[in-house]
Design a protein around this ligand. Structure first.
Ligand SMILES: Nc1ncnc2c1ncn2[C@@H]1O[C@H](COP(=O)(O)OP(=O)(O)OP(=O)(O)O)[C@@H](O)[C@H]1O
Ligand SMILES: [Mg+2]
Length: 509
């Protein structure tokens, strides 16, 4: 096996704390090497070193590219050396065309003149390589998340990279779109491009990669050939113990209906006369965990956002404990006891300038203050309780939230709502375990169960079918703007849910 990139004895510290120590590994030419590990294990940090985000001098150790010692001073250096990075958060220019994005910063020109005709035809070539069917003239804004992720790869390919680094590229995609992306990556590797691949979706990792490397507590624990790797062994290596049960579902007695939604219609906020979902009616009981499933773009997130008042609805009545309530904005929803943990933590989940304690307690000021004065001891106690139970990896609750790894930020966003237990009647979770490692997922499921036990009605939107099947009491399936399935736990099957989502066969409606 020819080695294209070698990492030799790399140590990276933030302040006095080492993220990893003395890590060495090799990336072979044309292989997909997966990197897995718990939230905070140092995966993104490693990628940032290879991508030149942390220049030489900010880490110890050496990098060799095709046998030559390289020292990147900037991201530009790494790109020029033939390394491209695909980030989890997509960074495309929304108001430029697809073709312009492919060649951004790289516009082919002769004597300073951009040849648009060539650009559009060349762009089509790269779109083809990633199986993206999109008009090169189209604005990026009009592409969905999966298409935008594919476009990011097309853009990377336009600079003819030798190596592509993928940091959780599928975490915002549904399983079927992720499957498509996986095929694209396999094809690229068969064409000789070497890939380093980070993901928390372990089945996907097994499928896409040639070898799997496990990081834990700053060290490389093991490397396995994917063809013969055992998923349970990998999980054990990651978390340092065996996980008894991935989905610790408890069947609890259900109480009265807490939330009832009648005839909800959500118009498309951007396109006139277009409807996202139409005439949906459903209810959730105290202690019940209701899943919402559907294909990407089926309107799952829009539905829950409309209930929460974060998106306008053109019709629809909402009842909490049998009383009709007026919800036009999230403030009113919160006042009615409805909370929503957002899918997009960057845009609406975290407050970057605040520390963990503040981020956690910001929505629970009532619970931690008396007569308008914050009880510092109570605030500390409550935040530490959640910090421990979710096993947040950081230097304590006074740490700034931006110093946390992606998955650990997600845990903080979640605990912010979980703390409001006393004022909550309904908790809506939109992709609660996105980017969260397997161990922490189980902790989140346990907390969901606890909240349900306290009589809170829970709604979960998720692209991970196994998670919904594992944890929900009932599942609504949205397809073609309507509810196509209202399936009780006893009748759950992957096929039934898929058929309902694809509007092939309805169930229970
Ligand atoms: N700028 C920073 N300052 C201080 N500590 C940091 C900084 N960036 C990252 N860290 C710490 O380094 C560790 C590794 O973070 P990293 O983002 O590499 O984890 P990760 O493996 O990618 O996790 P995840 O799966 O959650 O994305 C974490 O404990 C994080 O808190
Ligand atoms: Mg990361």
């Amino acid at each position: 096996m020819e080695t294209i990139l070698e990492i030799r004895n790399v140590t990276k510290k933030f302040g006095q704390i080492a993220v990893f120590k003395d890590v060495s590994f090799q990336l072979h030419k044309g292989e997909v090497l997966a990197m897995v590990g718990e939230n905070g294990a140092g995966k993104s940090t490693m990628m940032n070193i290879l991508g030149g985000v942390y220049p030489q001098g900010e880490y110890e150790g050496e990098l060799f590219l095709e046998g030559k010692n390289v020292a990147f001073q900037s991201e530009r250096d790494s790109i020029n050396a033939g390394i491209q990075m695909i980030h989890q958060e997509i960074s495309l220019h929304q108001d430029l065309s697809v073709a312009e994005n492919v060649f951004l910063g790289n516009l082919t020109n002769t004597h300073g003149i951009v040849n648009w005709k060539t650009i559009y035809s060349e762009a089509a070539k790269y779109l083809d390589m990633v199986h993206l069917q999109a008009d090169p003239h189209m604005l990026v804004r009009n592409l969905n998340t999966s298409q935008q992720q594919l476009l990011s790869i097309a853009r990377a390919l336009a600079s003819h990279p030798k190596i592509i680094l993928f940091d959780e590229p599928t975490s915002a995609l549904t399983e079927s779109d992720a499957g498509n992306l996986i095929q694209v990556i396999k094809k690229l590797s068969s064409q000789g491009i070497s890939c380093l691949y980070i993901s928390h979706r372990l089945e996907e990792v097994l499928e896409v990669s040639d070898r799997i490397m496990v990081l834990r507590d700053g060290s490389l624990i093991a490397t396995y050939p994917s063809a013969s790797a055992d998923i349970n062994r990998i999980i054990e290596d990651m978390v340092g113990r065996s996980l008894e049960e991935m989905y610790p579902k408890k069947q609890l007695p259900l109480g009265d209906v807490v939330l009832r939604v009648e005839h909800l219609t959500v118009p498309d906020p951007y396109i006139q006369d277009k409807i996202i979902v139409e005439d949906l009616s459903f209810e959730v009981r105290a202690g019940e965990i209701l899943g919402i499933s559907g294909l990407v773009g089926s309107g799952r997130s829009e539905t829950v956002n409309a209930v929460y008042g974060a998106m306008p609805r053109s019709s629809g009545d909402i009842y909490v404990n049998g009383v009709r309530v007026d919800i036009q904005n999230p403030r009113q929803a919160i006042r009615c006891g409805i909370g929503l943990v957002t899918e997009n933590r960057k845009a609406s989940g975290i407050i970057a300038s605040m520390n963990l304690r503040q981020n956690m307690t910001i929505a629970s000021l009532k619970a931690i203050s008396s007569r308008g004065i914050i009880n510092k001891a109570r605030e500390k106690e409550l935040s530490e309780q959640y910090y421990d139970s979710l096993k947040v990896k950081a230097q304590g609750i006074e740490t700034g939230i931006t110093a946390l790894s992606g998955g650990n930020q997600q845990k903080i966003v979640l605990s912010k709502w979980m703390m409001k237990e006393k004022d909550l009647k309904v908790l809506i979770l939109d992709e609660p375990t996105r980017g969260v490692d397997v161990g922490a997922k189980v902790e989140i499921y346990n907390i969901m169960t606890e909240l349900a036990r306290h009589g809170i009605a829970i709604i979960v939107v998720s692209s991970e079918m196994n998670e919904l099947i594992g944890m929900c009491d009932r599942m609504l399936v949205i397809g073609g703007q309507k509810i196509r399935g209202n399936i009780p736990r006893e009748a759950f099957s992957q096929e039934r849910i898929m058929r309902a989502a694809a509007c092939i066969e309805e169930y229970g409606v």
